[in-house]
Design a protein. Structure first.
Length: 112
């Protein structure tokens, strides 16, 4: 079990902003998961991998693919209070789910 968090690298967000957006995505997708998946992920150490894409369209395609596969997934849009414009799509998290199922969607992405 793991969770993949994908960040847009084209936005040139600062480290703190990236951490914040990743946290938003992680928690939102966790809340989208069913109770059994949440429990298994928590008891297994809550493994996460943080990946990157270079555009909004790549991010939304990943989110759509995850939803089509029946995986918990949440797309994050920033409120625009600090570094970027309001409503900017910044991140997506997929899972918690089985590693191989997530890898079918994210396996070709590079680490952040």
């Amino acid at each position: 079990m793991k969770q993949a968090i994908i960040i847009r690298s084209d936005l040139k967000m600062g480290k703190g902003k990236i951490a914040s957006q990743a946290a938003h995505a992680s928690i939102a997708a966790y809340l989208d998961a069913n109770g059994a998946a949440r429990d298994r992920w928590k008891s297994g150490g809550m493994a996460k991998i943080v990946l990157k894409v270079s555009s909004e369209s790549e991010l939304t395609k990943l989110h759509s693919a995850a939803k089509r596969a029946g995986l918990p997934s949440e797309l994050i849009m920033d409120r625009g209070l600090t570094q970027i414009e309001p409503g900017t799509t910044t991140a997506v998290a997929i899972g918690p789910a089985e590693d191989d199922v997530i890898d079918k969607i994210t396996g070709k992405l590079k680490l952040l």
